[in-house]
Design a protein around this ligand. Structure first.
Ligand code: P6P
Length: 346
């Protein structure tokens, strides 16, 4: 039969729309050590929920879904309506996707057992981080970690399936609902960012192989509680000021983290005398961003040790977080350790 070789059409006539998230996962399938179809499905579930949450956050003020829900979550934080909506959207999408057996959510006191006898994965998620910013139209985010369950598939969920250290994550990512909506994830082979095109309803590869600058001149911390900082941290912050670094703190972890990942910088939520373990949660905030940071060449510690090596002891446990450009995290750690040594010498 006479055929002709396919030639991609001239880009000026019909430009390529790029690589969709789904196609990217298939291209990279050999990098995911388990069946790529399972990961594809979970990321597709998360992307679907993210599209819905994106639509709802963009119209919160019009649809009477802004503001407080009228309850507090297990953290004692006032839930926003969109916290509850996002939690429902992500949990429902993961349930219907059929690959997940349990979900740990910031918005639920206990582990959510999806009653899925064939589910091999556990997802830890902060469905909507920074939701107090919704009503003032500031960027917010979703943060997720994906683990493989360690007990037999189909058996009852056990604590060891849930309380896995961050170094056991098989994938992790975040969604940033900002000036554009992005999904950024890693499976342990680098970090890639996808930008949502609402007119097509697809996430397209826009930030391939994201790499954290080794150093930076942006520091993100809430200095309102600086009188409660440990001495070494106070000294480090003073050094940032002497160097006239830029203080950038949005009050939305995903937004601050994403900017620092692209431009170089450090985000710090420290332990203080008031909050000895800081504010951020290990299982569904710090671990995911730490995995991404390290995969991008960055660093993430609690000020003294690697976040990903922390063995969880409780579902909603908090951890101090120093995350971003490695040179900045190391320097901050050195100040903390030096001041500890001084105290020890006394
Ligand atoms: P503070 C939002 O509640 C959050 O979890 C992060 O997104 C943000 O960086 C931090 O807390 C803000 O906390 O105590 O500085 O208002």
């Amino acid at each position: 039969m006479k055929t002709k070789l396919y030639k991609p059409s001239d880009s000026s006539i019909a430009y390529s729309v790029g690589t969709t998230l789904d196609r990217f996962i298939k291209i990279k399938q050999n990098e995911f050590s388990f069946a790529s179809g399972e990961l594809s499905q979970i990321l597709r579930d998360i992307a679907l929920a993210a599209k819905i949450v994106n639509r709802e956050t963009n119209r919160a003020g019009l649809a009477n879904i802004g503001g407080a829900f009228g309850q507090t979550n297990v953290q004692g934080e006032e839930q926003q309506k969109l916290d509850v909506i996002a939690n429902i959207r992500f949990t429902r999408a993961l349930t219907k996707g059929g690959e997940v057996c349990a979900v740990v959510s910031e918005e639920d006191d206990e582990v959510i057992d999806l009653q899925n006898g064939s589910g091999k994965y556990v997802v830890a998620i902060d469905p909507l981080d920074g939701s107090s910013n919704i009503d003032v139209n500031i960027s917010i985010g979703t943060i997720f970690s994906i683990y493989r369950r360690v007990t037999p598939v189909g058996s009852p969920i056990q604590p060891e399936d849930i309380m896995q250290p961050g170094n056991q994550q098989v994938a992790a990512g975040y969604v940033l609902y900002g000036s554009s909506t992005m999904l950024v994830y890693t499976t342990g082979h680098g970090v890639n960012g996808f930008t949502y095109e609402p007119s097509l309803g697809e996430f397209f590869l826009s930030h391939p192989n994201m790499c954290a600058p080794k150093g930076g001149d942006i520091y993100s911390i809430n200095e309102g509680t600086s009188n409660l900082f440990e001495p070494g941290l106070k000294k480090y912050i003073e050094l940032c000021k002497e160097r006239q670094f830029s203080a950038r703190y949005i009050g939305s972890l995903v937004a601050d983290f994403h900017r620092n990942l692209l431009k170089g910088g450090i985000y710090i939520y420290p332990a203080t005398s008031k909050s000895p373990k800081g504010k951020l949660r290990l299982l569904y905030e710090a671990n995911a961003l730490a995995f991404i940071a390290e995969q991008a060449g960055g660093m993430a510690t609690d000020g003294y040790g690697r976040i990903l090596d922390i063995k969880p002891t409780s579902l909603h446990q908090r951890t101090p977080l120093y995350i971003g450009s490695p040179d900045m995290v190391v320097e901050a750690e050195n100040f903390l350790k030096a001041s500890l040594e001084k105290v020890a010498e006394k």
